[in-house]
Design a binder for this molecule. Structure first.
Ligand code: ZN
Length: 215
């Protein structure tokens, strides 16, 4: 079964792209961001430790993340294609991710990296809102909700994520730049790197993506 790892700075629209693959091609969307939020709501003990980091815009230690991830991954259907989103956030997580895939009897087919300028990333994120109840994401310009300020799926009032405040965006982008280079190099060396320019429209990026993935 197809197994793809997606990465890109916040604001590159990678979550929207993966959602399209879920809707059109039946992918499972597997991400540590959702894992941290959902497991925290469930009051999982390790997730409470992890919250101390991610709530401040810091990275959660690799061992802690992957200890949670091994349990989280069991929720997903092994007969479907898997889309991992931003689960390798530093080079030290590459062997942990390799190990996780091995245990799941899967092989990585592609590492898709979305690229975007810092200015555009900030502009995009400041217009983003999420549903605190079901985690759906909306964007004033690219993916607006039907009734302004309320979730299409469940009607809950939308909020701006704590992570999407300007100071936290800048901190995250800086950390991102520092950590992505060795990751991109490693997957390039393995011959699975696909780079996609994330500045065009959602539809154009989607077209590029399905062409390059051969879907
Ligand atoms: Zn909702």
């Amino acid at each position: 079964m197809r197994t793809i790892l997606f990465h890109g700075p916040s604001g590159s629209g990678k979550d929207t792209q993966v959602e399209l693959l879920v809707e059109k091609y039946g992918f499972e969307n597997i991400g540590t961001g959702e894992m941290f939020r959902v497991m925290y709501k469930e009051a999982d003990i390790e997730s409470i430790k992890a919250y101390q980091y991610w709530s401040k815009g810091h990275f959660v230690p690799n061992e802690l993340t992957y200890s949670m991830f091994e349990r989280w991954i069991r929720k997903f259907d092994i007969s479907k294609p898997w889309a991992f989103v931003s689960v390798v956030r530093d080079a030290g997580q590459i062997p942990l991710f390799d190990e996780l895939l091995k245990k799941s009897e899967r092989q990585l087919d592609a590492f898709v990296h979305f690229t975007l300028s810092e200015e555009m990333a900030i502009e995009r994120m400041s217009l983003r809102k999420i549903c605190p109840y079901c985690d759906a994401t909306y964007h004033q310009k690219y993916r607006p909700e039907s009734v302004s300020g309320y979730c299409d799926k469940c009607g809950t009032k939308l909020v701006q994520r704590e992570d999407d405040q300007p100071e936290k965006i800048k901190l995250r982008l800086r950390e991102y730049e520092n950590t992505i280079v060795p990751i991109v190099e490693e997957y390039k060396r393995r011959g699975v790197l696909i780079e996609i320019d994330a500045s065009p429209s959602i539809e154009e990026i989607h077209k590029q993506l399905i062409t390059k993935l051969g879907l």
